[in-house]
Design a binder for this molecule. Structure first.
Ligand SMILES: [Zn+2]
Length: 344
């Protein structure tokens, strides 16, 4: 069977989104990553100088002085990713608008004129929250380093600390850069989807959910669903698995379905007749998972992916909570409304 033109276009669009995601994630994390690389370099150099070699242990007063210095260096790290992340959201919004218009045109529809994009409330909330997350992780990194000198046999005692232990404590500080990276990629996908929805609504179309290749069980359950571009997709109805925690019953969602989701929504004008693209996508998903109704038929690999996602619930939950506080002030937030609505 030939691939429908809209699916080919969606593939190209997804590739473009992935390229933007990589670009902005690098740009947003680069300043902090640079400082962390330099921190590691200096930490190793001063460890070797104090201990007399990389394989040696450091203890006593020399260890206390070393850890105090390292803790101070971590405290001196700075990260202000908000401006880059908001710029990122702007780029994703422009991309979403262009892609929506292309997809509408490809289906013979009339695209809506481009207007200044509205930033999604969830995106604004996520950008607002990231600096706090980064600061908390750096603080924890500093505490890990300081903890190396505590406990029985600490400074003044016989305790020896190896470079491996120091390097391992420093990975906690490195996770601060990862949280910027995660937010940047989430912002790209969320804002792109919100702008596609906005542009599609203006063109009078609906949205079609296209699952990423090898997507998890939660996302496969969304495959081929068609929803109003004004309200988004109903989050319920899973493949026998419990609903995704951040979304209360009746929630309306857009991709990303969770922080690492790479699904996309495309405008759908419903003119593909016998090709029945939504039906085809739903059948593919059902085949992939085994059965649309039974959780026991879900392949173990897919169940495991779904479990890994559940470990990432906290962030999405956080964004959703902050998003709901913002939603009254932003038109785009209608997409995250928790109003119960029937979506065909
Ligand atoms: Zn997904």
């Amino acid at each position: 069977m030939t691939t429908p033109p809209l699916l080919l276009l969606a593939d190209r669009h997804a590739a473009r989104v992935a390229a933007l995601e990589k670009h902005v994630a690098r740009e947003a994390t680069a300043p902090l990553r640079g400082q962390l690389v330099e921190l590691n370099r200096q930490a190793l150099r001063s460890f070797v100088a104090a201990a007399g070699g990389i394989g040696a242990g450091l203890g006593g007063a020399a260890l206390a002085a070393y850890l105090a210095d390292l803790g101070g260096r971590i405290q001196g790290l700075t990260a202000a990713p908000n401006a880059v992340l908001l710029d990122t959201a702007g780029q994703a919004a422009a991309l979403g608008q262009r892609q929506a218009n292309q997809a509408v045109q490809a289906q013979g529809g009339a695209p809506a004129p481009l207007s200044p994009p509205l930033l999604d409330a969830g995106v604004i909330a996520a950008v607002g929250a990231v600096a706090g997350t980064v600061a908390a992780r750096l603080l924890r990194g500093r505490q890990e380093v300081i903890a190396l000198g505590q406990g029985p046999g600490g400074p003044g005692g016989q305790r020896q600390v190896s470079w491996g232990q120091v390097a391992s404590a420093l990975t906690v500080a490195h996770s601060a850069a990862t949280s910027i990276h995660t937010t940047a990629t989430w912002v790209v996908h969320r804002q792109r989807a919100a702008s596609v929805a906005q542009q599609t609504a203006e063109a009078g179309g609906r949205l079609l959910w296209i699952v990423e290749h090898g997507g998890c069980a939660y996302c496969q359950a969304m495959a081929g669903r068609v929803a109003s571009a004004e309200t988004g997709f109903q989050a319920s109805s899973r493949f026998g698995l419990r609903p995704l925690d951040p979304w209360p019953p009746g929630s309306m969602v857009l991709p990303p379905n969770h922080p690492h989701c790479r699904c996309i929504a495309v405008p759908y004008l419903g003119g593909d007749g016998p090709q029945d693209l939504p039906g085809r996508l739903r059948r593919q998903a059902a085949q992939y998972l085994g059965s649309p109704t039974s959780g026991t038929d879900v392949p173990a690999a897919v169940r495991n992916r779904a479990r890994r996602i559940s470990a990432r619930y906290a962030m999405a939950q956080h964004h959703q909570r902050l998003g709901s506080q913002e939603q009254r002030r932003h038109v785009a937030a209608g997409l995250m409304s928790t109003a119960s609505q029937q979506v065909p």
